[in-house]
Design a protein around this ligand. Structure first.
Ligand code: SF4
Length: 196
């Protein structure tokens, strides 16, 4: 029997045609991001460790945390110094940076996803990502209403080949693993599903 394919990979939509960002349109920072050495560095920062997490994610989590051990502080000292330099130069308030970005889980995940994507594909137009920044999940075909304008012809009963609960958990795990930052539940009506 053939190996089962991960759902996220098997059903990933076609990637649109992309081209490298033309030099003429680049901002200085984009220039810096597009360099091969920067891409290698981003690949290093976003490489997964044994626990399936990456260093960049940990750097964000550890930013400005007074409860860290000395060892944890040392492990992130250099990138934290770099973040502080960028932050002060850009005139961004530390609390704002923390709450709206580095400690805001979806935003931090989006940043990691973006860094991984630039490492993998470089800067492209449109930007090609290694995983989607948002997934809109048509959770079920079933709905308790029957609107005439329904965009997906929802019905009272779910489709026979909808994912099992186990497959749904697996899909969520895969999205988590790939740093998908946002998930929107659509349908049908997700709340009529027994497993939700
Ligand atoms: S899925 Fe939305 S549009 Fe379709 S029948 Fe249900 S509520 Fe109406």
């Amino acid at each position: 029997m053939p190996e089962p394919q991960p759902i996220l990979t098997a059903r990933r939509p076609q990637v649109p045609k992309v081209s490298p960002l033309p030099n003429i349109e680049r901002h200085k920072f984009e220039d810096y991001l597009a360099r091969p050495i920067t891409r290698k560095f981003l690949a290093l920062l976003t490489r997964r460790n044994g626990a399936g997490r990456c260093y960049l994610e940990e750097v964000f989590e550890r930013y400005d945390r007074p409860d860290l051990s000395l060892w944890e502080r040392l492990k992130s000292a250099v990138p934290h110094r770099a973040i502080e330099l960028f932050r002060t130069r850009a005139g961004v308030n530390k609390e704002v940076l923390k709450e709206k970005a580095l400690h805001h889980r979806p935003t931090a995940r989006a940043l990691v996803n973006t860094a991984r994507s630039i490492a993998k594909y470089g800067l492209t137009v449109p930007q090609r990502f290694s995983a989607p920044l948002i997934v809109v999940w048509d959770y079920t075909q079933a709905c308790n209403l029957s609107c005439r304008h329904c965009y997906q012809e929802a019905a009272r009963k779910p489709l026979a080949d909808e994912l099992t609960t186990e497959q749904k958990f697996d899909l969520v795990d895969q999205m988590g693993y790939e740093y998908v930052p946002f998930l929107a539940m659509a349908g049908g009506e997700p709340l009529v599903s027994k497993d939700i």
